[in-house]
Design a protein around this ligand. Structure first.
Ligand SMILES: Cc1cc2nc3c(=O)[nH]c(=O)nc-3n(C[C@H](O)[C@H](O)[C@H](O)COP(=O)(O)OP(=O)(O)OC[C@H]3O[C@@H](n4cnc5c(N)ncnc54)[C@H](O)[C@@H]3O)c2cc1C
Ligand code: SF4
Length: 540
């Protein structure tokens, strides 16, 4: 069956903050110039926002530039951040530390980025952008000269056996003069573009964290709208980078999450269990006891910062937002830079489409406020590789003494290289969930509303299936059983404990991308499942 073909000036892959800001900016520029511009956004989630998971404390700088009248237009920014707290936890106590300047949030808002995207999506559509949720871009299309000429969505209705079912529908080719890749952290097509165009030839490797989040409705007595709490320390050991966030939104809601650097070395560490254990701390538990957990999800985030920004353009397209890695790590914020990069990309592409060959995305980014912000922050995250105390000390020196202008830049190494063999690592005994503030994985995945068509090929591809046992099981005791926040990977054995084999419960996948990042031999490739599959997050 032939694939249908649709033609646009610009196709944008991903309806996150970066993709939607780019779409809006393109239409604004076309309107100002009195010209027509056909812009299409495709989104793998069942609706805009369904796959968006963030904190989030939102810095409105890019939004102020994009839509200065966002208040009048009803943007969902209703809870100003008014109270910042930074805590160091030990097992039984909490010590309040001075809040680092990067974590001061006056002027920012506690929001749901998913809801911001739903609103941006409506703004984009009102300007004439075509948005197609439920369509996953599965393939980059190239012309005979190797230039990107668009993307193709995946076919629907291919069975587990790889054969078309009665529901088969071929994918659609979306042809564009310029294609913007806005897939967010560890985008699957962006990964293929990095290889195709060697985009990392003069940057360091990207590094990541996994963020696991829950949304709670808490007891009114525990609710302090506008309060922002970050913690470091317990339950993590001092070598492992990470910490928590608690953001008090409107409507008695508290967003709570835990982020762990994916350069951790103990294969027995379970980010999910660390998060559950964190909530049982005597200083944290009261917020949630008496409350109700509403939603759960997980998503990787970039931690590589300035030195990990790859080449961001290639013939026929650009990479924007967290797909390129513009998150400011000490601030734990990437939505403002994602939006700004989308706007800068839109301005570059618009000039190019009007025949200006000098329009250059990277130099425009370098001239924007993204560059000095990320440059100043570049050494803080890598300093934590030497442990919590060394990291805190260096962060203070870098912030107050060097003011982000130290004449050196710390290098990164890829996260998957850091796991130690299981025999050199200590097992971690995690407490059983109490069902009040801590929970198990399956009941958690249940409230992520994850749903995939069961009869489709697995979207979690093992390059060499034998390695699941010969390497992952034999050397690392199958760490994917523990780092996957959705319980997708399971080692099954015969009743006598022999014959270990890996079972992949792909329908449970919440699209966090951790397995694609952390697998020690990079044997797991996450590719898009059928469009519309995956979590259905409400206001995450
Ligand atoms: C736990 C956590 C906490 C965070 N806290 C904050 C915070 O407090 N403040 C802040 O500013 N930032 C925060 N961030 C970062 C922020 O969420 C990101 O920087 C921001 O969402 C990046 O926007 P984006 O558009 O680049 O990508 P995303 O928001 O990831 O959006 C990408 C979109 O593209 C879609 N997509 C991906 N691949 C395809 C494909 N092949 N085909 C079709 N669609 C596709 C996805 O489904 C998704 O909707 C946090 C992130 C995490 C994980
Ligand atoms: S299978 Fe991979 S991408 Fe899916 S939830 Fe598990 S770790 Fe995340």
């Amino acid at each position: 069956m032939e694939r249908e073909r649709m033609e646009y000036d610009v196709v944008i892959v991903g309806a996150g903050p970066s993709g939607l800001a780019a779409a809006i900016r393109l239409k604004q520029l076309a309107a100002e110039a009195g010209s027509e511009l056909a812009v299409c956004v495709i989104e793998k989630g069942s609706e805009v926002g369904a796959h968006i998971l963030s904190g989030a404390v939102f810095e409105p700088r890019a939004l102020n530039e994009l839509l200065p009248d966002w208040r009048e237009r009803g943007a969902p920014l209703v809870t100003p951040a008014v109270d910042d707290r930074f805590l160091l936890l030990t097992q039984s106590r909490a010590f309040r530390l001075p809040t680092p300047p990067q974590m001061h949030n006056r002027g920012n808002y506690i929001i749901s980025i998913a809801n911001l995207c739903r609103w941006l999506g409506k703004e984009a559509e009102a300007l004439g952008v075509e948005i197609y949720p439920g369509f996953a871009a599965a393939e980059v299309l190239y012309d005979e000269l190797g230039r990107v000429r668009g993307v193709a969505t995946g076919a629907q209705g291919i069975g587990k056996d790889g054969q078309p079912t009665a529901q088969f529908q071929p994918g659609v080719e979306l042809i564009a003069k310029e294609t913007l890749f806005a897939e967010g952290c560890r985008g699957s097509l962006t990964k293929s573009l990095e290889a195709q165009f060697d985009l990392r030839r003069d940057s360091g490797p990207q590094t990541y964290g996994i963020g696991i989040k829950e949304l709670w409705e808490v007891d009114p007595a525990q609710h302090h709208p506008g309060r922002v709490i970050h913690t470091i320390g317990w339950p993590l050991d001092r070598k492992t980078y990470g910490g928590s966030f608690l953001y008090h939104l409107e409507n008695r809601q508290v967003a709570v999450g835990f982020v762990i650097g994916l350069d951790y070395d103990n294969p027995y560490l379970s980010p999910f269990e660390e998060f559950q254990r964190f909530k049982t701390h005597p200083a944290i538990r009261p917020t949630f006891a008496g409350g109700r957990r509403i939603a759960y999800g997980a998503r990787a985030l970039n931690e590589g910062g300035f030195q990990a920004i790859p080449r961001v353009s290639f013939p026929g397209g650009l990479v924007i937002g967290c797909a390129a890695g513009f998150l400011d790590v000490p601030k734990i914020k990437g939505s403002h830079t994602a939006m700004k990069s989308g706007m800068v990309a839109a301005e570059t592409v618009f000039r190019r489409l009007r025949g200006d060959p000098t329009a250059d995305y990277r130099s425009a980014l370098a001239a924007s406020w993204i560059w000095p912000e990320l440059r100043a922050a570049r050494n803080i995250r890598p300093a934590f590789r030497h442990g919590l105390w060394a990291g805190l000390l260096y962060a203070a020196l870098d912030t107050y003494l060097f003011r982000g202008k130290a004449p050196w830049t710390f290098a990164h190494s890829a996260d998957h290289r850091h796991l130690r063999p299981a025999k050199e690592a200590q097992r971690i005994a995690y407490p059983k969930p109490d069902g009040i503030v801590s929970f198990d994985r399956l009941s958690s995945v249940f409230i992520s509303n994850t749903n995939h068509e069961e009869n489709q090929p697995s979207h979690l591809k093992l390059r060499d299936p034998a390695k699941a046992i010969s390497v992952n099981y034999a050397i690392y005791d199958s760490p994917e059983q523990r780092y996957c926040p959705a319980g997708v990977y399971e080692i099954l054995k015969d009743s006598d404990g022999t014959n270990p084999r890996l079972q992949i419960n792909a329908p449970n996948c919440v699209h966090c991308k951790t397995c694609d990042i952390k697998d020690p031999t990079q044997n797991i490739d996450w590719v898009v499942p059928e469009g519309g599959g995956g979590p259905n997050y409400p206001n995450m």
